[in-house]
Design a protein around this ligand. Sequence first.
Ligand SMILES: *Cc1c(COP(=O)(O)O)cnc(C)c1O
Length: 383
Amino acid sequence: MKPQNKSRSLIYLDNNATTPVAAESAAAVSRCLRLCYGNPSSSHAPGINARTSVDKGRREIADLIDAKPDEIIFTSGGTEANNMAIMGTAFRFKKGHIITSCIEHPSVLKPVNYLESLGYSVSYLPVDNYGIIDPSVLEKHLRRDTVIISIMHSNNETGSIQPIADVGKIARERSIVFHCDAAQSVGKVPVNVKKLRVDLLTIVSHKFYGPKGVGALFVKRGTALKPLLFGASHEKGLRPGTENVAGIAGLGEAAALAKSEMPQRVAVMKLLSKKLYEGICSEIPGIRLNGHPSKRLPNTLNISFPGVEGSVLLEKLKNDIAASTGSACHEGRQSPSSVLKAMGRSDEDAFSALRLSLGRNNSERQINRAVRLIVKAYRSLRH
Ligand SMILES: *Cc1c(COP(=O)(O)O)cnc(C)c1O
């Protein structure tokens, strides 16, 4: 399905902000809205029908990450899943120590900051020039009272992928709860909760062609959490409230689609982003890729353009290309990306960055056209 833009020719390269809903997922949502009107907690036929739909979604998302269906807790999205994981773990203790990284999404950093204000202590791990943490540095920060480690799978701005399995090994050896925000990775690259040895993992539907306003937290069997919301006993009492039945159906369908398309998705994204990057590099000298050259999401290119501000370039391109500078969540605020700054970039390099994130709707023709448009816009600004 093509994204439904008014201007048919707009090239959507902002898939890390959100993705267009896949036709299969939209159809599942629509089918559910029309046919599954019952309350999944009711024992009559319409209720059972809705419950069956929720159960299917739970199996499909569990299947994508190699979890069991009873290890999936549905939420309103990634923000809620991250808050639930971090505060739900920390609140089991009156105080304690938290380890995270300085490049996490605000939905991890803000709850951690809040816990700090309550008296918990926090270690914010640094990253190298590629935006990657060092597990041996993490090991040095471990304390007797460390209650949770929270490290993202891949970064939303640069696409750099963290050594999650290594952190998982360290955490499991010491029985410390390990949370991973995999919002940007699930559906883009294989994510396996067993191989990664995570206890908690955040999943966001709208980052992989599902609807917005729905997500999930993987909670490994035996991992205790305090609820943040109080009400009836839905989702094992961890997340009370009548389920978002249609949203869950859409999330499940998006997960099934991701599973069946995964090898092809990775290969096509790699090919197209290579084409885009090499096309730009061959025409503009001094281009700099922000993020790890190989340990990265196949769809994400964060590029610094010498002598031009990313926001100015974006403005010039806005009728043809939708992309972003830094993280979409920070837009409107004119400060250099804290992620790029943490990677040791100068203010100038950080301000000149553009994030181009590809998706399954992009064609090779679009990518060739994007190269021409970007090069033309850059040259006109340099003159
Ligand atoms: C998008 C995103 C989130 C938050 O998801 P919402 O659905 O907007 O709540 C969390 N973490 C990362 C890394 C993200 O990219």
